[in-house]
Write a protein that binds this ligand. Structure first.
Ligand code: C5P
Length: 206
């Protein structure tokens, strides 16, 4: 059983993915962390984010044990991730890892931008999560405050809109709803409401 969750930045797909995986006893992969890890390694090396060969090399040698690093969550790393993730050879280097993760029993939930369209086009369930930009910015600001980071909501909103635009307009695996994905509008749902809606979508096809 493979559940694919895609959607724009801060739409709540990560939380839904984690909760769905716990509910069904499946493994969960937040694929944004993979691109964030590549981006952070590029930033740490003071490499030019436009250097595709360097980014692809880092992607090929990626250590999955670094995915828990809280520094990956920062806005700066997210921004850099959306630049390095547009490089086709970076995406190609990370494809096998994601597909292998998805294929292992008993089931997996993967969330990202291209899970339903590119990584797992045959996923059993595809959910496309959206939420109004202002709501997403507000949630990200609260998360940042929780980590003790400064949270300028207007700046976060601008960052989210810029990142969405970059993710949608790139030629390699752009952010878009798969034809067979179910749309979940998370704008006015709290976490429990979102989880219930996602479980209903899964149950409808199980
Ligand atoms: O979801 P998150 O905000 O952690 O993702 C960071 C960036 O990584 C996104 O803006 C996007 O550019 C990239 N990404 C991607 N494909 C995925 C997951 C994330 O291109 N499957």
């Amino acid at each position: 059983m493979i559940i694919a969750i895609d959607g724009p930045a801060a739409s709540g797909k990560g939380t839904l993915g984690k909760r769905l995986a716990a509910h069904y006893g499946y493994r969960h992969l937040d694929t944004g962390l993979i691109y964030r890890a590549v981006a952070k390694a590029m930033l740490d090396a003071a490499a030019d984010l436009a250097d595709e060969a360097r980014a692809a090399e880092i992607a090929r040698r990626l250590d999955v044990d670094t995915f828990g690093d809280p520094a990956l969550k920062s806005q700066a790393v997210g921004e850099a991730a959306s630049v390095v993730s547009a490089h086709p050879t970076v995406r190609a280097a990370l494809l096998d890892f994601q597909r292998r993760f998805a294929a292992d029993p008993p089931g997996a939930v993967l969330d990202g931008r291209d899970i339903g369209t590119v990584i797992c086009p045959d996923a059993d369930v595809k959910i496309f999560v959206v939420a109004k930009p202002e709501v997403r910015a507000q949630r990200r600001a609260l998360e940042a405050q929780g980590r003790g980071e400064p949270a300028d909501e207007a700046a976060i909103l601008a960052d989210i809109l810029r990142r969405d635009e970059r993710d949608k307009s790139r030629s390699a695996a752009p952010l878009k709803q798969a034809e067979d994905a179910v749309l979940l509008d998370n704008s006015y749902l709290d976490i429990e409401g979102g989880v219930r809606a996602a479980i209903e979508i899964v149950e409808a096809v199980r």
